[in-house]
Ligand binder design. Structure first.
Ligand SMILES: O=C(O)CCC(=O)C(=O)O
Ligand SMILES: [Fe+2]
Length: 284
């Protein structure tokens, strides 16, 4: 088909131009989009005025949308495949469970046996200023490590534990049943992207507690160094949302971060995002 595209930044991201996600897409078009996604990490589709079913249908070209135990609150009442990320209060006046989602660099569902492949986030409402999301290319970050560092950590694993995640200090506590569904799990520090074969840094400051076989104190400087390497400004793209942007990230090679860059105490600053999530495979 020959997609029309333009880069969003040098290290990461591609805007797909003149594209309507609601069309029926050929296998060639989907293969081309998938290739762009794997190689550029993030795809942006602007001006997509879509229903939740159109969002879900487009997502289904890229894989299954299973239930993830960590995403059982704030699901859309009409279809559980849509997860709602918002700062808008619940009908009963209580705070939204997802209002501070993603306030630290992370890779989604990295604590699961099969972390998700990617997510498609659709912007419904956005404050006039701020509400941005940042994305970083974890393959480029790996490439820039010295050979000494690569050798030191090759084959090593780190522990990912959602139950220790920073965000839960602020949220209502998860139930014992929810915690039992997401036990701590070890994942490779350096992951291989299953489609491009590129190596990447697969640790992040949200849920990674320590390196397997080391104490938390010993692990901390190494994990901090790797986190800084992933998130350095030169390696990122900062997305300023417009309503009806649809953004698709490859969760296997991209980390992302939603800073609190607007006044959340001002209730007129409404931010509403709908997300679908695609099944992934075990990290190696
Ligand atoms: O709200 C955002 O911009 C991103 C939140 C997030 O981390 C996610 O949807 O996975
Ligand atoms: Fe996220």
């Amino acid at each position: 088909m020959g997609l029309k595209t333009r880069p969003l930044s040098w290290p990461i991201g591609e805007e797909i131009l003149d594209f309507d996600i609601r069309d029926d897409h050929s296998a060639e078009t989907i293969a081309e989009l998938r290739d762009k996604l794997c190689n550029r990490g993030v795809l942006l589709f602007r001006n997509q005025d879509i229903t939740i079913q159109e969002h879900i249908k487009f997502t289904s070209y890229f894989g299954d949308q299973p239930f993830f135990p960590a995403l059982q609150r704030n699901l859309h009442p009409e279809d559980r495949r849509i997860w709602i990320v918002t700062n808008i209060r619940n009908d009963d006046g209580s705070e939204s469970y997802t209002r501070n989602t993603g306030r630290i660099w992370h890779s989604d569902q990295s604590f699961m046996p099969e972390p998700c492949m990617g997510s498609l986030l659709h912007c419904k409402e956005m404050p006039p200023v701020g509400g941005d999301t940042l994305f970083a290319n974890a393959c480029v970050a790996y490439d820039q490590l010295s050979n000494g560092m690569k050798k030191l950590l090759e084959g090593k694993r780190a522990i990912h534990d959602l139950n220790q995640a920073s965000v839960y200090k602020e949220r209502p506590p998860r139930t014992a049943e929810e915690e039992a569904q997401t036990p701590a799990r070890s994942q490779p520090i350096f992951r291989t992207h299953p489609e491009t074969g590129r190596k990447l840094i697969f640790v992040h400051p949200d849920v990674v507690t320590h390196i397997e076989g080391m104490t938390k104190e010993e692990s901390r400087p190494i994990l901090d160094y790797l986190a800084a390497q992933v998130s350095k400004v030169e390696n990122t793209y900062r997305h300023q949302w417009q309503v009806n942007d649809l953004l698709f990230w490859d969760n296997r090679c991209v980390q992302h971060y939603a800073p609190l860059d607007y006044d959340q105490s001002d209730r007129s600053n409404r931010r509403l995002m709908y997300r679908t999530t695609i099944a992934g495979t075990a990290a190696y």
